[in-house]
Design a protein around this ligand. Structure first.
Ligand code: PLP
Length: 489
């Protein structure tokens, strides 16, 4: 393809993307394809001779799009929705046009410098302490691919710090601390690094957040057993229910264990710190006081297209001392002089995408007020949903709703709950969930809390209107009726 052919195909691509967005609301939320559908349609080897791009582009529409789940659909209330924006798409487009692995400052100065700047913009947007700003020259922010990568970097750096402080530590003594509500990223990091993991129980009485006493007694037990806990992965806004660990108690406990790293995973909820009214409930003051590192994903609720995970540390040296591997071919005079950030030493891979561009586009185009408006509107729409659930004869809230997330379950009649076993109620909710999942016009996900099957409803897209929320609720009532009949049979 030459430049002029690209111009034509590029205009065509934007037209196709616009058509996709116009038709989004009419698309089935569940892809109709069966496993293996694509291998029946696409040859098993690359073509010998190059093909015409018009054909390739048509095949995207005919073959690929039917197998795409439209996460941007206004009735997508599943997982944590990804709030894709046109500014984000354009950021990715321009970024690929200068395709650039930007691992060192000198590999492409703008890639590093823009990231340094936008991560400070974001730190200010979320109210993080200046200790986390890049301009502090001690702490700083970096964009990782995902929250899982952010945690992996934190665990590697925490392990390195601990081993430096306690040089005789054996790898099998080290323990990663999590709770039952920590995202699977904790287990994954421990698995990858061959480390033990401790999963602390949390209680529904504490809305599934960890308390300091629980942490303290476990740390003491492990210490007595000769084990070496070295990182606690705390959560602000858990996947199942938006639970928030008690960071003040945890921070005060960890003050007695100076080499235990406190990583705060706020992958979903962290972007709500942009609104001052959510800073106290999301424990910003404790994050600022106690967190060694903090992560929130722009690519979940933060208007920036996947992938883009914001990761801040209080002391950048903890990353570079753990991750700096500099063969001669990567040495530069600016790096040697220490006058620049070489982000390759803040992450696991060498090369990195120019993600700062899409963050810059989004934050400039929305401004702080536009970003806050997006967050507040999602939460307001969820409030409407909560009101419907509370007043419903079918449903009951399982936990206190969190921001734009509601967790609820279907009951056979609010008064008759005592008579039913958890097992029977789980059967009912599984039937209910299967019915919802077979619908093509909305998508939700389920979870389990205290052994109870429950349904999660999350508002995350600016394309979701109040009408979509009310429509979704009406569908849920309709399916609840059917589920109750099937269950009673
Ligand atoms: N942390 C929490 C609380 C999450 O809810 C999720 C995903 O939903 C993750 C981490 C994982 O995020 P990522 O896919 O960016 O690794």
């Amino acid at each position: 393809m030459d430049i002029e052919q690209f111009r034509k195909a590029g205009y065509q691509a934007i037209d196709n993307i616009c058509d996709y967005f116009y038709s989004l609301g009419d698309k089935p939320l569940v892809s109709p394809v069966e496993p293996g559908y694509l291998s029946k349609l696409v040859p098993s080897s690359a073509p010998d001779a190059g093909e015409d791009f018009d054909q390739i582009s048509d095949d995207f529409k005919e073959l690929i799009l039917p197998g795409i789940t439209p996460w941007q659909h206004p009735s997508f209330f599943a997982y944590f929705p990804t709030s894709c924006t046109f500014e984000g798409i354009l950021g990715d487009l321009y970024s690929s046009s200068v395709s650039n692995p930007g691992f060192n400052w000198s590999a492409s100065p703008a890639c590093t410098e823009l990231e340094v700047i936008v991560m400070d913009w974001a730190a200010k947007l979320f109210g993080l302490s200046p200790a986390f700003y890049n301009t502090s020259e001690v702490g700083g922010g970096v964009i990782q691919t995902t929250a899982s990568d952010s945690v992996l970097v934190a665990v590697v750096a925490a392990r390195s710090r601990y081993q430096k402080a306690h040089p005789n530590t054996r790898i099998e003594e080290l323990v990663v601390y999590t709770t039952t509500q920590t995202h699977a990223l904790g287990k994954k990091a421990a698995l990858i690094l061959g480390l033990q993991i401790r999963v602390l129980e949390v209680s529904s009485d504490d809305e599934f957040g960890l308390r300091g006493d629980n942490l303290r007694s476990s740390l003491e037990k492990d210490k007595q057993a000769g084990l070496k806990p070295f990182i606690f992965i705390a959560t602000v806004g858990s996947t199942s229910s938006g639970a928030i660990d008690n960071l003040q108690e945890i921070g005060q406990t960890l003050d007695n264990y100076p080499n235990i790293w406190l990583h705060v995973d706020a992958a979903w909820a962290g972007v709500a710190l942009s609104c001052p009214e959510y800073r106290e409930p999301l424990r910003l003051a404790d994050i600022n006081e106690y967190a060694t590192s903090f992560c929130t994903n722009f690519h979940k609720w933060g208007l920036v297209n996947f992938d883009c995970s914001g990761f801040w540390v209080r002391d950048r040296k903890l990353l570079t001392e753990a991750l700096d591997v500099t063969p001669l071919y990567l040495r530069t005079k600016e790096g040697d002089a220490g006058t620049v950030i070489d982000y390759r030493n803040w992450q696991l891979p060498l090369g990195r995408r120019f993600r700062a561009l899409k963050v810059w586009f989004v934050l400039r185009s929305y401004g702080v007020s536009g970003f806050q408006k997006h967050i507040r509107e999602c939460i307001d729409k969820n409030k409407t949903f909560i009101g419907l659930v509370i007043n419903s004869k079918y449903f009951k809230l399982v936990t206190e709703p969190s921001l734009a997330l509601t967790v609820f379950r279907l009951l056979p009649g609010k008064e008759s709950t005592q008579a039913q076993t958890t097992e029977r109620l789980n059967e009912l909710n599984q039937i209910f969930f299967d019915l919802i999942s077979s619908r093509k016009d909305l998508m939700l996900t389920k979870t389990s809390l205290n052994g109870e099957v429950c349904i999660r409803f999350v508002v995350g897209s600016s394309r979701t209107t109040l009408d979509h929320v009310i429509r979704a609720y009406n569908i849920l009532e309709e399916e609840a009726n059917k589920a109750l009949q099937l269950w009673a049979e």
